[in-house]
Structures are given as C-alpha cells and as structure tokens.
Design a protein around this ligand. Structure first.
Ligand code: UT7
Length: 325
C-alpha cells in the first residue's frame, strides 16, 4: 500500500573556527590527553566565540543542507531546531534560523530533548510530513554547550564541543515496505526520574541564570549501555529488519566506549559504526547530524543505505530512528 515517507534529500553541517586539542585544555584544567582519549575517545573539539551563537551555527548548517539538496529557503515549510543552548530564552532558535535563511513562510519551533534532540526532531518532522501537514522540513541540531560548562569541573568540561548539523526531509510516495527510502520507523522514550544524573543547575524559572551542566558520568554511562538498546530493538522489530541489514549505525557521539559497547550488544559490526566523537567531542543534539554529514561527504553513506540513528540525553530522554537514505 502506498504511503508518504520522509526522505533525506540534503545534509549539511557547521563548526566554529577554533579547534581545541586535549593538550590545550590540559594547560588550564587538571587533565591529560591520555586520560581523555582512553576514557572517551575524544581528541579535540570545536569551541565557539561570542559571534558563533547556536542560531549562527544552525543557520550555516541549514544553508549547507539546502545547497546540498539543490533547494531554496522558500521550498521549506517546516523548521525544527533541536537545542538546549538557544541564543535566548525566546524567541526560538528555529525562528532565528528561519530569518537567517530569508524564509518568511512556514512554521518554525525549537525542540528540547538534550542529546536525544535530533532523534526527537526527526521523528516529529516525520509526523508532519507523513500526515501531509508539511512538504519539506529542515531538521537542525545546533548547540553551543561550551556556554553551559563549568570550566573548573574537569569531569564535564573536557567532554563537550560546539557545532550544528541539518538534514532536509521531503515527503515522497513509498510502497510501505522497508525497501522504501525515508524514515521507516522511530521509537522515543523518556523517564524524568533520572533528572539528577544529568542536568543544568540553573534556568529562567529557577535561578534566573543559565546555570552549569552537572553530570554523574558513571550513572549515565551505565544507563546508556544497559537500557538504551530497547529503542533500537523496537525499530528493528517494527521494520522487520535486523543488525545484519544495517549499512550504518550513527549513534549520538558522547563516548567511544559507550558506542562500541552498544554496537557489540546489538550485534552491529564495528566497521558499520560511524565515529566522530574523536574530532567533535560531545555536541549534544548536533552530534548525529554532524556525523551523518561527515559519513555522507566521505562517501560512506550512499542513497539506498539503511542507517540507524540513536541517542540518549538528560531527562533521561532516548530514541532511535531507522532511515533508508
Ligand atoms: O551526552 C549525554 C550523555 N553523556 C554521556 O554519555 C557521558 C557518560 N559518561 C561517560 O562518558 C564517562 O562516565 C566519563 C567519561 C564521564 C567518565 O569516565 P569513567 O570511566 O566513568 O571515569 P570516572 O568518572 O569513574 O572517573 C575515574 C577517575 C576519577 O578519579 P578517582 O576518583 O578514581 O581518583 C576522576 O576524578 O578519573 C578522574 N577524572 C579525571 N582525570 C583526568 C575525571 N575526569 C577527569 C579528567 N582528567 N578530565
């Protein structure tokens, strides 16, 4: 039976100009390249200056995705920006991206699911497209987590970086089978009981300040490896596919050890895993679209490939989406 599918027709990304190595960080924080690489796989990250705000990076990534798709801003009728680091409490970063692109129509809003934000945003855009509420969506993950970090806390400040990535999704007709191009299925979960394990200790409704990121890394690690594979199993079940059918696994890039342990648990071969945490650090909602853009531009992800994206973030929030590129 024919149906509408949300097909990826373009992809783009943007990074701040300044790249900071582990050795450079070790000059100001008590840490070492050896510790960071061994525990996380991170070798460097990009940190934004005052002019490189989330909306600026998001607009650059969105424009790159439009260029890649051969489309103009006027062809888009939905912009969703996944971010936890908006330029301002309001208006939304998505509306600033919309203005930055020169769009005057359509609808734009932010979505907040921390590191799972991009998977949530793809899932949300997919609902708009398959129901005919929109025809083409820009889905952006954009972050400046450096603004949220306590630069004296070595347990968190070495882990994160800034950046943005975007995809253009277009509603196209499919046959209703897993051979279709587009978002085949997605699965989202959240459980607010885990708040204390990963949160920001400020906000407009509590302290009136931005606050700093706080994390009990070990607890997040345990949950990420132990529980998050449920949404991937959901996606395989719903689509009638399995780990052997996957061409690429593009998980949230928080920690190389989490990624490899999850892939092993799911029976996904290591050579199908796209790893960019070494070069970007953890860019929260931006990490998956940044990784997708790297793997597409270097020729790994090709049209027709089966790609699983997956992430976990504060809340906890987590999710997975299976996409035939
Ligand atoms: O994107 C949202 C999701 N977030 C994540 O997925 C993060 C999940 N967690 C992790 O990736 C890991 O738990 C970390 C990388 C954060 C930490 O790795 P770990 O193997 O769990 O280390 P640990 O927290 O148990 O710390 C081990 C030691 C401690 O010293 P003692 O108590 O054993 O003497 C820390 O004080 O490493 C010390 N340490 C550091 N040493 C050098 C912590 N941070 C640093 C550092 N440099 N930056």
């Amino acid at each position: 039976m024919t149906c509408l599918r949300s097909v990826v027709v373009g992809c783009g990304s943007a990074l701040p100009a300044r790249c900071v190595t582990n050795d450079e960080l070790a000059k100001t924080v008590e840490t070492s390249d050896e510790w960071i690489v061994q525990r996380t796989g991170i070798r460097q990250r990009y940190l934004s200056d005052a002019s490189e705000t989330t909306s600026v990076l998001g607009t650059r990534a969105a424009q790159a995705a439009l260029d890649d798709a051969g489309l103009a801003a006027a062809d888009i009728d939905l912009v969703i920006c996944a971010t936890s680091t908006p330029d301002h409490t309001f208006p939304s970063t998505a509306t600033q991206i919309q203005a930055g692109l020169g769009m005057t129509g359509g609808v734009a809003f932010d979505l907040q699911a921390v590191c799972a934000g991009f998977v949530y945003a793809v899932t949300t855009a997919d609902k708009f497209l398959v129901t005919g509420s929109a025809r083409r969506a820009l889905v952006v993950g954009a972050e400046t987590f450096s603004r949220l970090l306590d630069w004296e806390d070595r347990t968190t400040c070495v882990l994160f970086g800034d950046g943005a990535g975007a995809v253009v999704l277009e509603a196209r007709e499919g046959e209703g089978t897993s051979a279709d191009r587009g978002v085949l299925t997605s699965s989202l979960r959240s459980d607010g009981r885990h708040r204390e394990k990963l949160y920001v200790d400020g906000g407009p409704g509590s302290t009136g300040t931005t606050g700093h990121l706080r994390m009990t890394g070990k607890e997040v690690f345990r949950f990420a490896v132990g529980s998050v594979t449920d949404v991937i199993d959901d996606a395989f079940r719903a689509s009638g596919t399995n780990a052997d059918d996957l061409d690429w696994f593009v998980p949230h890039q928080a920690n190389r050890r989490i990624i490899e342990a999850s892939a092993d648990k799911l029976g996904i071969a290591r050579d199908k895993v796209v790893l960019t945490v070494d070069r970007h650090g953890n860019t929260s909602a931006a990490s998956i679209p940044l990784a997708l853009d790297v793997a597409r531009r270097d020729g790994r992800i090709k049209d027709g490939d089966l790609v699983m994206i997956e992430a976990i973030g504060g809340g906890f929030t987590w999710g997975a989406a299976l996409i035939r590129w």
